[in-house]
Design a protein around this ligand. Sequence first.
Ligand SMILES: Cc1cc2nc3c(=O)[nH]c(=O)nc-3n(C[C@H](O)[C@H](O)[C@H](O)COP(=O)(O)O)c2cc1C
Length: 171
Amino acid sequence: MRLDEALEGRRSVRKYETRSISRDLVLLLLEAAEMAPSAGNLRARVYIAVTKPEMRKVLALGAYSQSQAESAPLLIVICSDVERSSRRYGDRGSLYSIQDAAAATMCLLLKAYDLGLGACWIGAFDEDIVREALDLENFVVPVTIVSLGWPAERPLSLPKRGNEEVVSWIE
Ligand SMILES: Cc1cc2nc3c(=O)[nH]c(=O)nc-3n(C[C@H](O)[C@H](O)[C@H](O)COP(=O)(O)O)c2cc1C
């Protein structure tokens, strides 16, 4: 798939079929996520792929019962490893590790689209619920939850903002 096609065609998909996603595909998603750039190439991020129904239920609750979190057969929680980044970058490490996780999320979303999967970036969740459910160490911060499944909807493309609206040129 050409990059332009992926960038233009990808949309947040929030309705899924019930059929599951094979582990091989999950591994392809994670490989793509790991191709994302990271500060100092530290890759200060970790992934937790959740298919277990009971755990998905708790995470969906943590995501304020958003319907796509409740119905997705797969949730991937992408966390920043603050300690890993802060060891080298001090205070700045916290921000870098969050950026590492966000960059990985974007690559994962594009790969999901490439594989024909539907996916949605979920940033609205109760960190404490997610942290406790996954028994995360203090220095591991959940940054995104990506809900994934075989698409049961095809969202239309969104209006784009024009360059004039988003760019300031300094020439
Ligand atoms: C930081 C961030 C947080 C987001 N959180 C949520 C969320 O909690 N729930 C949701 O349904 N979509 C969430 N989204 C997806 C956006 O709503 C979506 O990307 C936006 O509406 C544009 O639509 P598109 O992804 O189809 O282009 C989030 C996206 C980002 C980048």
